[in-house]
Design a protein around this ligand. Structure first.
Ligand code: ADP
Ligand code: GLC
Length: 481
């Protein structure tokens, strides 16, 4: 079975969040299930530079305002198709916006081009690879099902929602430039609250909709989490599936991780010590026996970073040390830096994006705190489980599905892997930190939680099978739109 995966970011080429990890890991995960997956992505400068020998499979005289091509190439072990369109992608700055954080004004064209190219590949632009399924990730790829629906090509589609907060909404005035028939500008098409919605269109036209955890699949059908799309998601509930993300267990392996000061396994947990010392040094923390709680995150409201800033003093008073790595909202960066400055030796903040340091934090901290208000899946708690860095998580979305709270029942049954607390509540978060500190001081109980977490299967094994089964069902004719 041939599947074309379509994504706007792919590890290790470009990444702003977990979507890139997932898009980068899926092809290898699915290979064992008889799925040949290739990935279509935009030709940003970093991508064009990484490509090996390029073969042009389709040329466009004018793709949203300039000459363009789809090229086939390999990079970093991935089989890629790349939209080579310098007028859309060859620019300095971020992949979605300028350095100051504002979106590129032509994002509608930049990502309509991605959807257009996906539909053209599905129609046979490269005769060497005619996909049986098109799998589009997030709003940036979500016009692919719209173009396919309004074409002669009957290739079934899957749209995966990695985060419903990002929807690709634009003014109705760009519709005439998308190359869709006038009928598509309708309530059962791309029209969305008077404008147009890329994700909305994808959810409308997809043969199947998935999101990245079972709990988030339920949550997004409610007004509280549905972000305006809960009505549509309920109407299409029979097509909606929650499939948990896995992680790349070769990249994230404490026994072989090059970014660690000291490598270890569940049998040699004492070897985490070297990483712990390195974390203390890097974050200016006292070298004592108090637990280190780390945060590796986008610094945003979704991630509950304002709650963390508000509870900062209480967390330190509870006896924990904090090591925070992140970047995002400037106000939150400032609040966390100011809070850390009040607690010399007890808290450190590094503002920035640093892949190597994110590995060291998982290998050297005792726990990782994730106080998200909503979390479609979340990957850092999965890394935490694998690294014996115990997750402290808000009970929402994928966090609720992947961490077993250390309540009395779970502790006595020996199944606890972390701690959960009620989302959007600072007092509940700080209570969880207090519980964590007490467990940490009861050394044997703590070690048992670490080891139990390291036993959890956080690989793609199960979920890859679920994607493969879904593709097969679609090919068998369930879910044509
Ligand atoms: P989201 O995609 O919503 O940001 P995820 O938990 O799915 O959340 O994925 C976040 C990914 O980005 C993880 O791989 C995490 O390690 C990484 N990450 C987030 N912030 C940083 C940072 N400042 N430095 C390095 N890696 C980071
Ligand atoms: C999104 C979500 C995150 C999820 C990731 C990968 O960025 O915010 O929860 O893990 O996508 O699916």
């Amino acid at each position: 079975m041939k599947v074309l995966s379509v994504a706007s970011e792919v590890v290790p080429l470009v990444k702003t969040g977990g979507l890139a990890d997932v898009a980068g890991a899926l092809p290898a995960a699915l290979a064992g299930h008889g799925v040949e997956m290739r990935t279509l992505m935009p030709g940003y400068p970093a991508v064009m530079k990484a490509l090996g020998k390029k073969t042009r499979v389709k040329a466009y005289a004018d793709l949203f305002g300039g000459k363009a091509a789809i090229v086939r190439a390999k990079a970093a072990g991935l089989d890629l198709y790349v939209v080579d369109a310098p007028h859309l992608y060859d620019r300095d700055g971020g992949i979605y916006g300028q350095a100051d954080g504002t979106d590129w004004p032509d994002n509608w064209a930049r990502f309509a081009a991605l959807g257009r190219a996906a539909a053209d590949l599905a129609a046979g632009a490269d005769e060497k690879f005619r996909p049986d399924i098109v799998h589009a990730h997030d709003w940036q790829a979500a016009l692919a099902p719209a173009y396919l629906h309004h074409s002669e090509t009957a290739v079934p589609t899957v749209v995966t929602v990695h985060n419903l907060a990002f929807q690709g909404r634009f003014g109705a005035e760009v519709f005439s430039q998308l190359g869709l028939p006038p009928a598509a500008l309708a309530v059962d098409g791309i029209e969305y609250y008077g404008g147009i919605g890329f994700l909305k269109a994808g959810l409308q036209y997809a043969g199947a909709i998935t999101t990245v955890s079972p709990t988030y699949a339920r949550e997004i059908r409610t007004p509280e989490f549905g972000m305006g799309l809960d009505g549509l998601l309920n109407a299409r509930a029979d097509r909606l599936h929650g499939i948990l993300n896995g992680i790349d267990t070769d990249v994230w392996d404490p026994a072989g991780d090059r970014h660690l000061a000291s490598r270890y396994s569940a049998r040699s947990l004492k070897d985490r010590k070297g990483n712990r010392l390195a974390v203390e040094k890097r974050f200016g923390l006292d070298a004592d026996d108090d637990p280190i709680i780390c945060v590796v995150s986008r610094l945003t409201w979704q991630k509950g970073m304002d709650i963390l800033a508000a509870e900062f003093d209480a967390i330190i008073a509870a006896g924990a040390k904090l090591a925070i790595l992140g970047s995002g909202d400037q106000a939150l960066e400032g609040a966390l830096l100011a809070a850390a400055a009040r607690h010399e030796g007890r808290a450190g903040v590094v503002i920035g994006y640093d892949e190597a340091l994110s590995h060291l934090l998982q290998g050297g901290s005792d726990a990782i705190l994730i106080p998200s208000r909503f979390e479609p899946c979340g990957l850092t708690q999965l890394y935490g489980l694998r690294y014996g860095c115990v997750p402290l998580v808000a009970r929402t979305g994928g966090l609720a599905d992947t961490v077993i709270d250390a309540n009395d029942a779970a502790l006595s049954a020996g199944v606890a892997t972390g701690l959960q607390f009620a989302p959007d509540r600072g007092d509940a978060m700080t209570d969880a930190v207090r519980r964590m500190v007490a467990l940490y001081r009861a050394k044997a109980a703590w070690k048992a939680i670490q080891k139990q977490g390291m036993k959890a299967d956080v690989s793609w094994l199960r979920s890859a099978g679920q994607y493969a089964a879904l593709y097969r069902a679609l090919m068998a004719g369930e879910g044509r739109t």
